[in-house]
Design a protein around this ligand. Sequence first.
Ligand SMILES: [Fe+2]
Length: 212
Amino acid sequence: MASGHLTRRDLLLKCVSLGTLTLAPGASLADVLAWGDPQAPSARTPTAWDELGPFYKRDAPHVAELRAPTDAGLPLTVSGQVFDTRGRALENATLEIWQANDAGLYDLDGYRYRAALVADRTGRYAFGSVMPGHYPGRVCQHIHYLVQAPGCKPLTTQLYFATDPVFAGDPARNYRKDPLIYSVDLVRPVKLAKTPAGSAASVTFEIVLERA
Ligand SMILES: [Fe+2]
C-alpha cells in the first residue's frame, strides 16, 4: 500500500500467509477476516421451537397493523430481525403471526389478529397489535409465529411476555408454569410507554433460523 499502512484485512491475510496465524480445523478464511470485526455477523443460537397450536389458518393477509382504533386492549408493537445461525440477516423471510384478541378469543371465521409479514432487506419486521388475552387451555399470553426463509428450516414458535402475571415478575423462575414454554428465551421483556391515548407496550423478538 502507498501509505505503508496495513488494513485489518491485509494484516490478517499477511499473518495467515506468514504462518503467524493458523486456522483451526473447521475455521475458514472468512472466519479469520470476521475475527474482531464488530460489523461481522456472529453465530447465533436458533430460536426455540414451540407448538403450532390448533388455531393456525393459511393465507393470512399482508397487513402490519392488526389493531383497529376502537379495539380493546393495551396497544402493542412487536419488532425484530430474522437471522440465520451465522448471524446473516434473512431478507424476505416470511413471518405468519396469529394471536387471541384482548378477550382471549381467536378469530376462526376471519383474519382478525392474523397477518403474514415479509422481512425487509435487513431481515427486519414489525407489526402493531394489542397485548393478547389469556384463554382457557393455555396458561400464558402469547403470539404464535411460523417463520420461513429460503434455504432454512421453517420454525414454529411462540412469543411470551415477561409482564404476564403468571410469571409473578420472575420469568426465569416461573416460565415452566406454562408447560408449553420450553425455553425462557421466548419470554421477552416489555417496554411500556405513555402515549397521548394512554399507554402502549413494545417488545422486540429476534428470530434465528437453522439452515436446511
Ligand atoms: Fe394460542
